[in-house]
Design a protein around this ligand. Structure first.
Ligand SMILES: O=C(O)CCC(=O)C(=O)O
Ligand SMILES: [Fe+2]
Length: 417
């Protein structure tokens, strides 16, 4: 069976954000702290960077009192978050670096609210952020990448014995050429795309380990000592970070901080190891890519990339793809379709893709690339219905309520019918 993951396009009309007062956001978290006078609350400017073809090294980034970073001499300060307008030109399109440390270890109530606001505003504007100060150790990330590299080095017949078989399970090894991510929805169109330009990659999908129905596909322990433990530990660590991000979003959307806690706590997520092998650069010309244009379909994605690059994010206002270059010590976080739907399109699920890194000559080989995507989902039986702060008379609900499991299964069923 061919495996194809297909994004269902959502309506992407410009949205006006619901008005959520700072005071109400403070109330969401104030039980954690001594109350502070509200007049002290101010939202710091959302200072942002655009990873551009001029390389952005950590050395060229200055630290701002606001806790966010701006590359020296490349970007004017952006207006306060409340005043942000959609990026109608590519020069304005920004993927901000947000320092999450102040959310995880706040000195006072304002720290959390500020970070929550920055994250929420960025997800409204571009749907993507770079998160630093996220608390996942570089050692654990490196160990997980190493285990992933070792996995993909296994003989093909061993990997094929762990093959991905069923979209409902969504677990196992996906060999090169089996997946073509696209926004297309017709089976013929997808088949034609795959035949012309399959995604040049292989992947391994690891789901919830204690699922009552579906089993993960693990290689023999002797073949890859420690691999299983490493992946399960990483899943758990990433889940914890995801819960904190959902808390920040809850505050940013004017909900109680714990709003998502019991809706996203069952680790119904997919950890995906990705390997983009070295291929002649020519193979990726003329529409070929490492991963075609798509949006992710869960709540949020935590994307860990190596230093090779190639990820591109679409400016939804112009349609242009902008490189999202790797930045040391950050994780790329993006909104998926289900969270966009949950938030009545207040938060954006943005198209992205993986191309051969730029500045490759067409005669050379593309560098091998590894990445790790952690696709987070609400609990399987969670009803995803418009969040209470995301609709009003002027902004009626756009979508019917649906359970997370039904939604994701339907997305897959559309692909396989
Ligand atoms: O490898 C990457 O950088 C992105 C992968 C991705 O977007 C996906 O698998 O959905
Ligand atoms: Fe993706």
């Amino acid at each position: 069976m061919m495996t194809v993951r297909v994004g269902v396009p959502l309506r992407r009309a410009a949205v006006s954000s619901p008005v959520v007062s700072q005071a109400s956001k403070v109330r969401c978290v104030e039980h954690l702290f001594q109350p502070r006078p509200l007049q002290k609350l101010s939202t710091s400017p959302l200072r942002s960077i655009v990873p551009s073809s001029t390389s952005t090294t950590s050395a060229s980034i200055v630290k701002h009192a606001s806790g966010t970073d701006t590359p020296v001499g490349t970007q004017p300060p952006t207006p306060p978050a409340e005043a942000q307008v959609p990026a109608h030109s590519d020069a304005q399109f920004q993927i901000p670096i947000i320092d999450f440390a102040n959310f995880l270890q706040p000195q006072n109530i304002l720290d959390k609210v500020q970070v929550a606001d920055q994250l929420t505003q960025a997800f409204k504007a571009s749907g993507f952020v770079y998160l630093k100060g996220h608390g996942i150790s570089s050692g654990q990330i490196a160990k997980t990448f190493k285990a992933s590299v070792d996995f993909f080095k296994l003989p093909l017949d061993v990997k094929n014995s762990l093959a991905w078989k069923d979209p409902r399970a969504n677990r196992g090894y996906v060999a090169e050429g089996r997946e073509r991510v696209t926004q297309a929805t017709s089976a013929e169109e997808i088949a034609a795309l795959r035949a012309q330009t399959p995604d040049c990659k292989e992947s391994m999908e690891i789901g919830k380990e204690d699922d009552p129905v579906w089993r993960n596909e693990w290689p023999q322990e002797a073949a890859l000592p420690g691999y299983r433990r490493t992946m399960l530990d990483f899943r758990h660590t990433a889940h914890e970070l995801h819960l904190q991000i959902m808390r920040a979003l809850a505050i940013g959307l004017g909900l109680s901080e714990s709003f998502f806690d019991d809706k996203c706590n069952e680790e119904w997520h997919t950890l995906r190891l990705l390997h983009y092998p070295s291929v002649p650069a020519k193979a990726l010309e003329g529409g070929g890519s490492r991963a075609g244009d798509h949006s992710d379909y869960g709540s949020i994605t935590l994307l860990f990339q190596d230093k090779v690059g190639g990820l591109e994010v679409q400016n939804p206002n112009t349609g242009t793809y902008i490189p999202a270059k790797p930045i040391d010590d950050t994780i790329v976080i993006n909104v998926g379709d289900l969270l966009a739907r949950w938030s009545n399109d207040t938060l954006r699920s943005t198209l992205h893709r993986v191309v051969a890194p730029h500045a490759q000559s067409s005669t050379s080989m593309t560098p091998t690339r590894y990445s790790i995507a952690y696709f987070c989902n609400p609990n399987e039986h969670q009803l995803v219905e418009c969040l209470p702060t995301c609709f009003d008379e002027k902004r009626p609900k756009r979508y019917d309520a649906v359970t997370s499991g039904d939604y994701l299964e339907k997305r897959l069923a559309e692909t396989y019918s």
